[in-house]
Design a protein around this ligand. Structure first.
Ligand code: VGL
Ligand code: ZN
Length: 193
């Protein structure tokens, strides 16, 4: 166990961002220690399931030739190509059958860091009566940050599960800056323990 105590309440949802093979060591766009988020997030999954809290899990889900790929002049190596092993969830992430999967970045000509961009996520959360979203996953300074900011923009409260996320840190400090930006926007940082 990673020291989590019960903090989830009715009206909350859990959002696990892009816990995919390509963002973990050995993958196409590895986030340093990205695999370490799994144990922490599994604890949150267990707790959410126990309490009947809805669980959403996003997948970066790009078609071949996606605009974000270096071969197209984009910033990233090819990653998370639809239906490949790299795009699959980490096998040790214990997602229940009931988890709702959100695919993003599916348009060949448009990138989408946020799990809310071009998806029905905000409407699905609203339909379920969710008011607060707990967010973890990969990568802190890209898709987690973008998802947190969009969640706030969409009117949801947000708590960042900081032990359940890791940063790419293309520039040193990007992760810390991302946290500061999220806090500035109104997110609460859950430091665990
Ligand atoms: C991501 C870079 C490119 C992420 C996705 O999930 O943080 N980062 N595509
Ligand atoms: Zn991507």
């Amino acid at each position: 166990m990673t020291g989590m105590t019960t903090r989830l309440e009715q009206g909350d949802a859990l959002l696990l961002v892009d816990v995919q093979n390509d963002f973990c060591p050995g993958g196409a766009l590895p986030v340093p220690q990205g695999d370490e988020v799994v144990a922490e997030l599994n604890d949150w999954i267990d707790e959410a399931e126990r309490l009947g809290i809805p669980i959403f899990a996003s997948q970066d889900w790009h078609p071949d030739g996606h605009i974000s790929f270096a071969e197209q002049g984009g910033p990233w190596p090819q990653h998370c190509v639809q239906d490949t092993d790299g795009a699959a969830f980490r096998a040790d992430l214990t997602l229940p059958e009931s988890a709702r999967v959100v695919h993003k970045g599916t348009d060949v000509g448009e990138d989408a860091y946020s799990a809310f961009q071009g998806t029905d996520l905000a409407a699905e959360l609203a339909d379920l009566g969710v008011s607060k979203v707990w967010v973890g996953g990969l990568a802190l300074d890209y898709c987690v940050k973008a998802s947190v900011l969009d969640a706030i923009e969409s009117g949801f409260g947000v708590a960042l599960i900081v032990e359940g996320t890791r940063a790419v840190n293309v520039q040193p400090g990007d992760g810390d800056e991302a946290i500061a930006e999220m806090v500035e926007a109104g997110a609460v940082v859950e430091r665990g323990g």
